[in-house]
Design a protein around this ligand. Structure first.
Ligand SMILES: [Zn+2]
Length: 90
C-alpha cells in the first residue's frame, strides 16, 4: 500500500537529486569540464565554423554553363552528356 509518507519521500528524493544535478551543472558551467552532450555540440559548432571558413576562403567556383537536356529537361554542364544518355546540343 502506498502511503502519503512514501509519496512525500519519493518527491523529496527526486527533488534532492534534481537540485544536486543542477548544482553540479552550475558549478561546472564556469569550468572547462563539459558533459558529453556539451562537448559534442561544441565539436559540431567548431566543425561548422571550419567548414564555413573554408568555404569563404575557397575561390569561387569556375562558372559552368548549364544546358538543358532536350529529352528529360535536366540541366547538365555544357559538353557533358546527360545522365539519361541524351547528348545535349553544344
Ligand atoms: Zn537527359
Amino acid at each position: 500500500m502506498i502511503s502519503l509518507a512514501k509519496i512525500l519521500f519519493t518527491l523529496a528524493a527526486v527533488f534532492g537529486v534534481w537540485s544536486l544535478f543542477s548544482l553540479i551543472r552550475k558549478g561546472l558551467s564556469g569550468g572547462t569540464r563539459l558533459s558529453a552532450a556539451q562537448r559534442a555540440a561544441e565539436a559540431a559548432r567548431r566543425a561548422t565554423e571550419a567548414r564555413m571558413a573554408g568555404r569563404e576562403a575557397a575561390p569561387p567556383p569556375a562558372e559552368v554553363e548549364l544546358v538543358r537536356c532536350t529529352r528529360c529537361g535536366t540541366f547538365v554542364p555544357r559538353g557533358q552528356s546527360c545522365p539519361c544518355g541524351h547528348q545535349p546540343e553544344r
